[in-house]
Design a protein around this ligand. Structure first.
Ligand code: HEC
Ligand code: HEC
Ligand code: HEC
Length: 449
């Protein structure tokens, strides 16, 4: 979710060269998000929020609930130990922390006193109750595509939730980024409030998928690369983006790095359970699955899949050839550290230990997601149908930067995979950013983990 902060980078660069230089100096120390309170509220609990008995607008409330799920509002509007939708989750940016707002119906600290008009303006134009510009850490550039009726349904649903009295901490943004006015300039350059226009040449299902993916679902918010100013590159929609020191993979039809080999059923199953016969949903996708896609209807998930399968393949670049030495060393590390779960031939145990052959996620041009997973470990979040999470252990304590690079290079070039070799210096930088130390670099320091 830190993904929605980069616009600030561009803002700073535009506003002040000094600040931009400061940002470059700060590069390696870039913080990542704090541990997310995933599991504080079970996905089933979110679904169970009941529509009040005899509510006259039960139909609207049910729709509002489904749209709130599609927009993944929960992932951002809850903090560790906090109440659902009360906000206070700090989104780290290179410049400071932006906290999500309290969107429960408390009249003083939440949005209980808001009018329909104010809520619509927030969602559609990114403008707060007092006319102030909201930071694009709140994904209004995507939410803008929801219709007014949909926004009213979301607002009506939110108002049925328990009111929580809670004021999120103040944002820590240094001058001049704390001036919300600057967001106005960014909006002028990069943001047009709009509704999705149906494409008459496509099926109703396809159009429904488009509406979710490029609207409330804000899938491109992570999966589309950003330009220098932190705005989505619309000509490279869904070709893969970086998010929180992780990579949101290419979702176009690219056969190597995208969803070219996935069927509509593969995609639907992944969105429902966080796993399928090909991959598992780690990183921030775990939260998207737990709080959003696993709770959608089968029709919604299928529509998303149908839409994604229609995306033209991104151009492919020939990856470099790996060094035979790195392949040999990486193969030995793999046998030692990874084969117990993913098996010697990489076939794993589908839906438990993902198979690694022909795997799009690990062939992304940018290997940060793979390095992150090996260093920090991974977790596929719980869903209603699969309540226990899947855990991949952290190897930060076991493997040196060179070893992480070699084993990454090895799996990126085995079992049908083909991707550029991984550089140990990048692993070192990432390890520092994540604040993960490697302790046993000498042969006699014992086994740390
Ligand atoms: C990627 C994280 C993220 C997601 C997803 C998200 N929000 Fe937010 N939201 C934020 C942040 C951060 C702020 C505070 C922005 C600021 O201070 O300028 C915010 C602010 C808001 C505000 C303004 C509140 C105020 O007091 O000014 C509203 C309303 C809101 N969000 C509603 C929603 C709804 C409804 C959804 C789901 C459809 C949603 N948000 C999903 C991060 C998110
Ligand atoms: C907060 C950022 C974020 C958002 C929003 C998001 N994703 Fe993801 N997505 C990721 C990340 C990160 C991964 C990589 C997961 C991993 O490494 O295991 C991913 C992986 C995936 C994959 C698997 C790709 C592969 O090759 O393994 C699919 C399919 C997917 N996302 C679909 C979606 C859809 C559809 C939406 C919108 C409803 C969406 N994502 C929204 C971050 C996001
Ligand atoms: C104890 C069992 C275990 C071991 C050992 C293990 N993994 Fe994993 N691995 C998992 C589980 C469980 C997942 C799914 C969780 C996730 O994606 O975050 C996973 C996911 C992955 C994925 C993501 C695949 C995808 O497409 O979603 C890759 C790549 C991976 N592991 C590589 C490795 C490497 C390299 C090693 C050795 C350094 C290793 N694993 C060791 C259990 C293990």
């Amino acid at each position: 979710m830190g993904r929605f902060a980069p616009p600030l980078l561009g803002l700073a660069a535009a506003a002040s060269l000094g600040l931009a230089t400061w940002a470059a100096d700060q590069g390696p120390a870039l913080p990542s998000l704090p541990a997310h309170p995933l599991g504080a509220v079970t996905p089933a609990g979110l679904l169970a929020e009941i529509i009040p008995d005899g509510a006259q607008n039960a139909e609207q409330l049910r729709r509002g609930q489904a749209l709130t799920i599609a927009g993944d509002c929960m992932s951002c509007h809850i903090r560790d130990g906090g109440q659902p939708f009360a906000g206070g989750l700090g989104l780290n940016t290179p410049f400071g922390v932006i906290y999500s707002a309290n969107i429960t119906p408390d009249a003083n600290t939440g949005i209980g006193a808001w009018t329909n008009e104010q809520f619509y303006r927030a969602m559609h134009e990114g403008v707060g109750a007092h006319g102030e510009n909201l930071y694009p850490a709140f994904p209004y550039p995507w939410f803008s595509r929801a219709s007014r009726a949909d926004d009213e349904a979301i607002f009506a649903y939110l108002k049925t939730l328990p009111a929580v009295k809670y004021v999120p901490p103040a944002n820590h943004l240094p001058f001049p980024l704390n001036i919300r006015f600057m967001v106005k300039g960014w909006n002028l350059l990069f943001f047009r409030p709009h509704d999705v226009q149906a494409d008459a040449g496509q099926s109703a299902e396809w159009n429904h998928g488009a509406e979710i993916v490029s609207g409330l679902g804000h899938c491109g918010g992570c999966h589309t690369p950003l330009n220098f100013f932190g705005a989505a590159k619309s000509d490279q929609a869904l070709q893969g983006g970086d998010v929180d020191n992780w990579v949101a993979p290419n979702l176009t039809a690219n056969a190597r790095t995208g969803l070219g080999a996935w069927s509509v059923d593969d995609i639907s199953e992944y969105l429902r359970t966080g796993r399928n016969a090909r991959a598992s949903a780690g990183g921030s996708m775990a939260e998207v699955v737990s709080y959003s896609t696993s709770l959608m209807s089968d029709q919604d998930r299928r529509a998303i899949a149908v839409y994604l399968k229609s995306q033209t393949a991104s151009p492919d670049r020939a990856p470099g050839t790996p060094d035979p030495g790195a392949m040999r060393r990486g193969g030995a590390i793999y046998s030692d550290a990874c084969a117990s779960c993913h098996l010697e031939n990489g076939v794993g145990q589908p839906r438990f230990f993902p198979p690694l052959g022909h795997d799009a996620m690990l062939q992304q041009a940018d290997p940060t997601g793979l390095e992150h997973l090996i260093l920090a470990g991974g977790r596929v979040g719980p869903t209603a149908t699969r309540p226990s999470p899947l855990i991949m252990p952290s190897f930060a304590w076991k493997l040196t930067d060179d070893e992480v690079a070699d084993v990454s290079t090895f799996i990126r070039n085995s079992w049908g995979n083909q991707a550029a070799p991984v550089d140990a210096s990048k692993v070192r930088t990432l390890r520092r950013r994540l604040g993960l130390q490697a302790t046993h670099y000498t042969a006699n320091s014992g086994d740390q983990g």
